[in-house]
Design a protein around this ligand. Structure first.
Ligand code: ATP
Length: 392
């Protein structure tokens, strides 16, 4: 037991002993000595548990030099002892781990969803993971509901501000239950928050390439500044200022409503999109639809230089949980993204290549037209990833 965190019960590792008690301070020391990366795994609720088991299997199959420590934070733990996040939980994660791999939270037995809010939003806010990065890649034309779109036509990233906007729960209700009831939900936009996410988007554009190897070159800012003039005005001013520091990067702007229409009419021109917390939430679900649905979408919650958190875009999907039918590819691609972020690009590429092959060969769950279960699809990808020759 470390720091009162009884939730972690074992450490996954490629090298025996496979299961040891989680002494995270010892892990810190060993990782520093061996340059192995330390990953906290919080599978959570519902299909989170099923898909993260497959992501872990695939990470292990490519031999990534990582130590994986599971934590049982989620509905079961909350119902057992009312713990959402153990004392010192977030500082322990920041101190003792290089990254966190998360499944999903949400369980009908906890209608208030308090554990999900405290764990997930707590991680984003208290660990200040201000940049939510959501890659949108079409692996195979068959996955896209649009006609005539080739995979290379959908290859963009949405950079969503992750710590401000309407998610701070500021506001209140007045005269509740009367005909005069007033509900106010504040939209918080700080100069610091807007500037750092916009700068992150430009840096991301500079430092990331498209799947075909060509450089990224365009940052588009999405807002609703014609209606939300105060917040939008700040975003507009800051975007122009920061863009001036990156003269080689092309810039663009779209109102969120126009962007949604463009995304379903012709998404081929998008490259890097930066936007606020709420619009980012909405357009990334829309974008997930372009790449085969929620089961295919990956995301990272980043703060450069700090411990970052990676999670599939989908939620806990209680209606399909426990049936071995959830698509594990979003979680597996999330794991690949995490490994690349931690400097293991080759392993990340290996995993992405294996998922691509699974999609092409229809070794998938039913939502993608295949016949495999969650575990079988994960096993197929794990096996293929283990022998993916990246030079081929
Ligand atoms: P939460 O409130 O935790 O976000 P939810 O059920 O409202 O959960 P999602 O979990 O995102 O929302 O899922 C919505 C629906 O999308 C699910 O009911 C399911 O039909 C489908 N879905 C989501 N993820 C997957 C997946 N990995 N594989 C297959 N279908 C999925």
């Amino acid at each position: 037991m470390v720091n009162g965190l009884t939730s972690a019960s074992r450490t996954w590792s490629h090298h025996p002993p496979a299961f040891v008690r989680p002494d995270t301070s010892a892990l810190w020391y060993l990782s520093r000595m061996s340059s192995r990366k330390r990953i906290a795994v919080i599978a959570g609720d519902g299909i989170g548990k099923e898909v993260i088991a497959q992501a872990v299997r695939v990470i292990q199959s490519v031999g990534a030099p990582v130590d994986l420590t599971p934590f049982d934070w989620g509905a079961d733990r909350y119902l057992a002892d009312k713990t959402t996040v153990p004392p010192d939980g977030f500082s322990m994660l920041a101190r003792d781990f290089d990254a966190i791999l998360v499944g999903a939270f949400g369980d009908p037995r906890v209608p208030s969803n308090i554990h999900a809010r405290e764990i997930l939003l707590g991680m984003r806010f208290q660990m200040d993971l201000y940049a939510n990065v959501r890659p949108v890649r079409l692996m195979d034309a068959s996955l896209c509901p649009l006609k005539g779109v080739e995979p290379r036509g959908i290859d963009f990233d949405v950079i969503r501000e992750n710590t401000e906007g309407v998610y701070g729960n500021l506001g209140g209700v007045f005269k509740q239950g009367t005909p005069d009831e007033i509900a106010i939900q504040e939209d918080v936009n700080t100069r610091k928050g807007v500037e750092r996410i916009i700068r992150f988007a430009f840096e991301y554009c500079l430092n990331h390439r498209k799947l075909d190897g060509s450089p990224r070159g365009r940052v588009l800012m999405c807002d609703k500044s014609n209606a939300m003039t105060h917040a939008g005005g700040l975003w507009q001013r800051v975007f122009k200022e920061v863009a001036a520091e990156y003269p080689k990067i092309e810039t663009g702007h779209m109102y969120v409503d126009a962007l949604c229409m463009q995304m379903v009419c012709d998404p081929r021109g998008f490259d890097v999109i930066v936007t606020n917390n709420l619009f980012g939430d909405i357009i990334t679900d829309l974008a997930a639809g372009l790449q085969g649905g929620l089961g295919m979408a990956a995301s990272g919650n980043l703060h450069p230089g700090k411990t970052s958190m990676f999670e599939p875009v989908h939620g806990s999907a209680p209606t399909i949980a426990g049936k071995n039918i959830a698509n594990p590819f979003g979680a597996i691609l999330t794991a690949a993204m995490m490994l690349a972020h931690l400097g293991m690009k080759a392993e990340g590429d290996q995993i992405e290549r294996a998922v691509l092959e699974a999609v092409r060969e229809k070794k998938t769950t039913q939502d993608l037209g295949g016949t495999l279960g969650t575990a079988e699809a994960g096993a197929w990808v794990g096996e293929r990833a283990a022998r993916c020759d990246m030079s081929a």
